[in-house]
Design a protein around this ligand. Sequence first.
Ligand code: ZN
Length: 197
Amino acid sequence: MSAYNYAKRSSTFSTTIQLSKNRASHRGGSMNAKVLVLNQSYEPISICSVKKAFLLVFLTKAEVIASKNDRTLRTVSVQYSCPSIIRLSNYVRVTFRRVELSRKNILRRDSGRCQYCGKTNPPLTIDHIIPKSRGGEDTWENLITACMKCNNRKGNRTPEEASMPLMSTPKKPSHVTFLKQIVGRVEDSWRPYLFMD
Ligand SMILES: [Zn+2]
């Protein structure tokens, strides 16, 4: 069993660990704060709860790479820093499913935001940057989210012809793209591992 799966199973064990923030009492819900899990190779592979991360570290299945400065975990006798990033001690072979090119995943990659005006108002459509009638293909690089208004305005033109620059260059998403979306706000200490610098 991999270290990660082991922790998943072990996480059902009850613990007597307490979490405190700035020495004040803190509700147990913070045990569910997000921790970035790196493979032994430092590749980001998952997100887990503080509770699960602490357990992995406690079982020496992982080491702490970064801690949340303002939080500590307390047992009866010892106080630990609350992990923010952990790295597995052993390399875990993970195969990420290829992200399927679909309307849903294009909207997801673009965070449901029109790539011309930035609005998130529905109805959102999928636009071919190079129009299909002019040889534009169905690829991650040529398909983007566009609101109905921008899509109609652009019509059968390229962004240059329509003077409608794109907010970002569309790329094929990876599991890291979606990891970022799962957590929403990315902690600063995570940025180097998520290739955001
Ligand atoms: Zn728009």
